[in-house]
Ligand binder design. Structure first.
Ligand code: ATP
Length: 322
């Protein structure tokens, strides 16, 4: 019987457990054995393996985090590390590997496939939504909703004191979370990494916004913004906006945690099944995703180095509605 291995790697995202569950249950459906690898590539190099069966994934669909744990590993960047990983997989009789993670995770898997002939299939799991080949990645919707709920709370206190708040959300290179939470929370200004915004431009926009009498002013800032994030931005704004009671809130890791939304659970369930199905159909070096509601299999190399664009119509919409 064929053995498939599964790991979660890179930044964790809510819904990874739902994906692991779907992989394990689908593997059972197709008649494959399944090996869980703990702590991503680090665990793979250390043969930190656990045999999993259907009953092991009961009651995890609603849990955030990942029961397989996640890690980042410098050693896996080296050929020697990957040789050790491949040896461990071969010893355990593994013929195919499913990786749940982001771009870096898929790059590592591709090298493993090319150097050692192990079939690999990627499932996009990252809150940043920065992978092409899927309209949304697992965890993005939950992170959005978590950020939205937190920002709503910031708005309440901002209203009470008529404050100017800079709220930083996650997104080192991509502004998906900032853009959509900004719209969902009625932010007066949204600062994105995709747009090179000069400080003078921000000041001008802020001045326009502040001219209108409001109970509070909310600026949503992506952490990877060119100005250096919310704290740096506040320092740059401070001299010109002294008259306002300006505060900074950094949402941070709460955006990674929590119970996945229905949307993420369903996405993870679909993609977990499709990953096993892809292996069943002898596919390798591919990523499974959902585009326009349909499952899409994309050669993994096509996703490398390509930037998924934010929806610039939404950027314009945010300006109209502020
Ligand atoms: P996220 O988007 O949430 O950060 P990610 O999968 O992109 O997820 P990374 O830290 O970039 O997260 O990658 C996870 C792991 O994959 C790394 O710690 C490393 O072990 C491996 N990896 C990343 N890039 C490569 C590469 N170019 N070659 C070999 N291994 C890689």
């Amino acid at each position: 019987m064929k053995t498939i291995a599964v790991l979660t790697s890179g930044g964790d995202s809510p819904g990874m457990n739902a994906a692991v569950r779907a992989v394990i249950r689908s593997a059972g459906y197709f008649g494959y054995d399944i090996l869980g690898i703990r702590f991503g590539y680090k665990g793979l190099m250390e043969a930190d393996f656990v045999r999993l069966q259907s009953s092991d994934v009961s009651g995890i669909i609603q849990r955030g985090g990942t029961i397989l744990k996640s890690a980042r590993s410098e050693e896996f960047h080296e050929k020697e590390g990957r040789n050790r990983a491949a040896e461990n997989l071969k010893k355990a009789g593994v013929e195919a590997l499913i990786t749940i993670g982001g771009d870096g995770t898929f790059r590592g898997a591709t090298l493993l496939a090319q150097e050692h002939g192990i079939n690999t299939v990627g499932i996009p799991g990252t809150i940043d939504n920065d992978l092409i080949g899927s309209d949304e990645t697992i965890g993005y919707d939950t992170a959005l909703n978590t950020a939205m709920q937190a920002i709503d709370k910031v708005r309440d206190t901002a209203d009470a004191h008529e404050r100017l708040f800079l709220v930083e959300v996650m997104g080192r290179d991509a502004g998906f979370i900032a853009l959509e939470t900004g719209i969902a929370c009625g932010a007066e200004l949204i600062i994105l990494p995709e747009k090179l915004t000069h400080i003078e431009e921000i000041k001008e926009s802020l001045n326009k916004v502040l001219k209108v009498q409001r109970r509070s002013t909310l600026v949503v800032v992506a952490e990877g913004d060119h100005t250096g994030g919310a704290i740096e931005l506040s320092k740059k704004l401070e001299p010109d906006f002294k008259q306002y009671d300006m505060r900074v809130a950094i949402l941070g890791h709460i955006q990674r945690g929590g119970s996945p939304t229905a949307h993420d659970r369903v996405l993870a369930s679909r993609l977990g099944y499709e990953a096993v199905n892809a292996i069943h159909n002898e596919k390798s070096e591919v990523m499974v995703g959902v585009i326009n509601h349909d499952v899409k299999i994309t050669p993994i190399k096509e996703t490398f180095g390509k930037i998924k664009e934010i929806n610039f119509d939404l950027v314009e919409l945010a300006k109209v509605l502020r």
